[in-house]
Design a protein around this ligand. Structure first.
Ligand code: UGA
Length: 437
C-alpha cells in the first residue's frame, strides 16, 4: 500500500478529462478510471453493465455452434441414402465410417467391407493433391457399384462430423483421410498439420463424443521409423528420428491416439503401412509416375545412397493391406468411454500399433526393371543421389505382430502386384489406343 501511495497522490492531482485533451500514461489512466467507478455510481453501473455484457457475449461465442449449418441441409437430404449405406447385411455386421473413402486404400477397403456385408459410409473432401478425376472414377467405378455412399466433406468440419455420428451409430471408424507423400511436405507443410494432426484430432473428438464411441483403426506409416537402421523394423523400435514432416505428423498422430485412448477409453489401432501400391493407386508415388514416364519415353530418376548405395522399399500390395485393415477392424475391442454422457471410462481400452508390410524389400532399380519388363519399354534411367527432402534409404517390416494379432499373411510379391497394376493402368488410361508403343 505504501508503494502505491505516490501513484494515488499523483492520480488525485489529474484534472477531470474535460476540455483540452491531455495524453495520459495508460496504467495511470486505467487506475484513475477504476477509482472513479467507486466514486461515481451511475457511471459505475454503466461500466458494470458493459463489462457483464462482454462476459456474456464471450461465453456464448465460446460455445460450439448449434445453428443449422450448410451440411445440416446436405446431410438431411441424403440421410436415407447414408442410413441405407450404413446398414449391414446381418445384425452381426459392423457399421464403419471410412474417411478418405475415395483415396487409394480407402476405396479398396470400403468396397471390401461392403462386399462382405458390413455397413459402410465414406467421407472424403476430394482434395486436389492429385488428379481429382481419378478420385471421382474410384467413386463411380468402385464405390457406387458396391453401394457405398460417400459424403463429400472435410474431417476438419466438426459440425458435419457431429451430424454424421448423430445420424449413424458407427461401430468402427477406419480413418484413412490424410495428407500423404513424403516429399510434398517441402511444398505445402501446413497441409500435413491440417489433415494429419488437426483433422485426426477432430475425428477422435467426434468418435469420443458419439453416443456409443466406436473403435478406431487408422493409417500410420512406415516412415515413422525414419533413419532406423535395425532391420526388420519392429514396433518395439524407436521412432523418434523422423526425416520428413509427413513422418513427424504420423508419429504425432500415434502419440495423440495414445492420449485419447488413455483419457477417453477409445479403442485405437494404428497400422503402419509400408509403400502400398496397386491398381487405382496414387499418381504421386514412384511406381505410378515411373510407369507414366517410361511409356512416354521420359527420363526416370532413380535415387541412390552415398557411394551408389541401394535404396529399397518393402512394397506392399493393396489387397494384402486391405485384408490387414479388415482384420484390424474385426479384432478391435470396443471402446470403453461413455461418449457424450461424459462419465468415466469403464476401464482400459485397447491400444495397438501394427506394421502392415510385405517383409521383402525390393530396390528401386529392380522396381524399374520389372516395369520395363511388364511395359515392354526400355526406361531412360538417370541415377540421382537421394535428395534430403524426406526419403529414407530403406524400409523393411517385421510383421510378426500383424501375424499374431491379425492373422496377417501378405501373399503378393512385387512382380505379381505390378502386373495387376500395369494391366489396370493401361486399361484405365486407354494407353493402347492413344499411343503407338
Ligand atoms: O510407407 C510409407 O510410409 C510411405 O510410402 C510411400 O512413400 P515412399 O515409400 O517414399 O514411396 P514413393 O514416393 O513411391 O517412393 C518409392 C521409392 O522410389 C524412390 N524414388 C522416388 C521418386 C523418384 O523420383 N525416384 C526414386 O527413386 C524413393 O526414394 C523410394 O525409395 C507413400 O508415398 C507415403 O505416403 C507412405 O506413407
Amino acid at each position: 500500500m505504501t508503494a502505491l501511495k505516490p501513484i494515488l497522490n499523483h492520480i488525485d492531482t489529474i484534472p477531470p478529462n474535460t476540455g483540452k485533451f491531455k495524453p495520459v500514461k495508460p496504467s495511470v489512466y486505467f487506475i484513475h478510471h477504476r477509482l472513479r467507478f467507486h466514486t461515481s455510481s451511475p457511471k459505475c453501473a454503466l461500466w458494470w453493465i458493459i463489462f457483464l455484457s462482454l462476459i456474456i457475449m464471450l461465453f456464448f461465442l465460446s460455445q460450439p455452434s448449434t445453428t443449422p449449418h450448410l451440411h445440416t441441409t446436405m446431410l438431411s437430404s441424403k440421410s436415407t441414402l447414408i442410413r441405407l449405406s450404413a446398414t449391414p447385411r446381418s445384425t452381426r455386421g459392423h457399421i464403419v465410417l471410412v474417411t478418405g473413402a475415395v483415396g487409394f486404400v480407402g476405396a479398396h477397403a470400403s468396397v471390401a467391407l461392403k462386399r462382405r456385408g458390413d455397413g459402410v459410409v465414406g467421407l472424403d473432401n476430394y482434395n486436389p493433391y492429385y488428379d481429382v478425376g481419378l478420385k471421382t472414377s474410384r467413386k463411380t467405378q468402385l464405390l457406387d457399384r458396391a453401394g457405398v455412399f460417400v459424403v463429400k466433406g472435410d474431417i476438419n468440419d466438426d459440425v458435419l462430423l457431429r451430424e454424421l455420428f448423430d445420424l449413424v451409430q458407427f461401430t468402427h471408424v477406419l480413418h484413412l483421410a490424410a495428407q500423404a507423400g513424403v516429399r510434398y511436405a517441402m511444398i505445402d507443410p501446413s497441409s500435413y498439420i491440417k489433415s494429419n494432426i488437426d483433422g485426426f484430432v477432430n475425428v477422435l473428438e467426434a468418435a469420443k463424443n458419439a453416443v456409443v464411441p466406436p473403435a478406431i483403426v487408422w493409417a500410420s506409416s512406415s516412415s515413422v521409423y525414419g533413419l532406423n537402421s535395425k532391420v526388420p523394423f519392429s514396433e518395439q523400435d524407436r521412432t523418434d528420428h523422423p526425416v520428413s514432416l509427413y513422418a513427424a505428423t504420423k508419429k504425432a498422430g500415434e502419440a495423440i491416439a495414445h492420449a485419447y485412448n488413455h483419457i477417453h477409453g477409445l479403442s485405437i489401432t494404428g497400422l503402419r503401412f509400408f509403400t502400398v501400391y496397386g491398381p487405382w493407386g496414387r499418381p504421386d508415388m514412384a511406381y505410378f509416375f515411373f510407369t507414366k514416364d517410361i511409356l512416354n519415353r521420359k527420363q526416370v530418376s532413380i535415387f541412390e545412397g552415398e557411394n551408389h548405395g541401394t535404396i529399397a522399399r518393402d512394397f506392399t500390395y493393396i489387397d494384402d493391406v486391405v485384408k490387414g485393415c479388415l482384420s484390424a477392424i474385426d479384432t478391435a475391442k470396443k471402446s470403453t468411454g461413455n461418449g457424450r454422457n461424459g462419465r468415466k471410462k469403464k476401464g482400459e481400452a485397447q491400444f495397438r500399433i501394427i506394421n502392415l508390410g510385405n517383409t521383402s524389400p525390393v530396390s528401386v532399380h529392380k522396381l524399374v526393371r520389372l516395369l520395363e519388363k511388364l511395359l515392354k519399354v526400355k526406361a531412360k534411367k538417370k541415377m540421382v543421389l537421394m535428395p534430403r527432402n524426406g526419403d529414407v534409404p530403406f524400409t523393411h517390416a517385421d510383421i510378426s505382430l500383424a501375424r499374431m494379432e491379425l492373422g496377417y499373411k501378405p501373399s503378393v510379391d512385387l512382380e505379381t502386384g505390378l502386373r495387376k497394376f500395369v494391366k489396370w493402368y493401361l486399361d484405365y488410361y486407354d494407353v493402347k489406343k492413344k499411343s503407338s508403343w
